[in-house]
Design a protein around this ligand. Structure first.
Ligand SMILES: Nc1ncnc2c1ncn2[C@@H]1O[C@H](COP(=O)(O)OP(=O)(O)OP(=O)(O)O)[C@@H](O)[C@H]1O
Ligand SMILES: Cc1ncc(CO)c(N)n1
Length: 265
């Protein structure tokens, strides 16, 4: 049976993050990808030059078109931009009883440009985080969700993951891409306990879309029927290989994308 996943996210005109990274990841991992676009960004590897938000009613229409026809097995949520879009997405997921929701709480691009309105963090925390199967914050996002300072070590990451779990999702993955040290370690917490996923930290500037790619790869695994832990393990191996192969691409003058199709070319 065809595994179908949908990404609800923003478009990155530069092709390395957002909807484009999500659909490339689904495709590389044998999953059919549908998309609900929340915002258009005029973006490249250097930065985000402009954002054009999609009206919430049209986000709602895209959700209804996709879910009324396609047998969606898993959902990835990325850039949401504004409060009314978050509310439209939460209502849409509830209306269609969507399960297996992976929420990447996107706030800032790798270039440092904001992708979420500051007043929207509270809505994310109360309306979407509680109904997610998995939330995947990076270090600054975990801190912003909790209104705390950024974790400084793995003990701090574990403590923040635990506090985010108390907001209601089934599991939390705090990503260590923004930390330092020879390993890039991510900490997963769910009701069964704490799990650590680590790999060598690659010295590269090509980190545009790493978070989008990891959350989409997890969603692809879930769409194919994997349980959460094996889905995260496979996704971590995929993003690690995509980052390791990123220097084979020569894309743009800033933070380049990872190589989603490293297994083929
Ligand atoms: N230099 C690196 N070498 C190896 N793995 C990395 C590196 N940077 C990030 N990762 C891994 O990539 C995944 C994404 O983590 P990261 O913290 O970069 O997400 P993010 O900040 O949300 O990404 P984005 O740039 O899309 O916003 C994690 O599994 C992390 O451990
Ligand atoms: C559209 C979009 N979504 C997410 C990110 C985060 O990497 C980005 N840079 N652009």
């Amino acid at each position: 049976m065809t595994a179908i996943a949908v990404t609800i996210a923003g478009s990155d005109s530069g092709g390395g993050a957002g909807i484009q990274a999500d659909l490339k990841t689904f495709s590389a991992l044998g999953v059919y990808g549908a998309s609900v676009i929340t915002a258009l960004t005029a973006q490249n590897t250097v930065g985000v030059q402009a954002i054009h938000d999609v009206p919430p009613a049209f986000v709602r229409q895209q959700i209804d078109s996709v879910f009324s026809d396609l047998d969606v097995r898993a959902v990835k949520i990325g850039m949401l931009s504004q409060v009314p879009v978050i509310e439209a997405v939460a209502a849409g997921l509830a209306r269609h009883r969507a399960g297996r929701v992976v929420l990447d709480p996107v706030m800032v691009a790798a270039s440092g440009d904001p992708l979420l309105a500051p007043d929207a963090v509270e809505t994310l925390r109360t309306v979407l985080i509680p109904r997610a199967l998995l939330v995947t914050p990076n270090l600054p996002e975990a801190a912003a969700i909790l209104g705390e300072a950024m974790a400084e070590d793995e003990a701090g990451m574990r403590a923040q993951a635990e506090r985010i779990l108390r907001l209601g999702p089934k599991a939390v993955l705090v990503k260590g891409g923004h930390a330092a040290g020879p390993e890039s370690a991510d900490i997963l917490i769910d009701k069964t306990g704490i799990h650590r996923f680590a790999g060598p930290r690659v010295a590269t500037r090509n980190t545009h879309g790493t978070g989008c790619t990891l959350s989409s790869a997890i969603t692809a695994g879930l769409a194919r029927g994997l349980d959460l832990l094996p889905a995260v393990e496979a996704a971590k191996a995929y993003i690690a290989a995509a980052i390791a192969a990123s220097d084979r691409l020569a894309i743009g003058r800033g933070h380049g994308p990872v190589h989603h199709f490293h297994r083929w070319w």
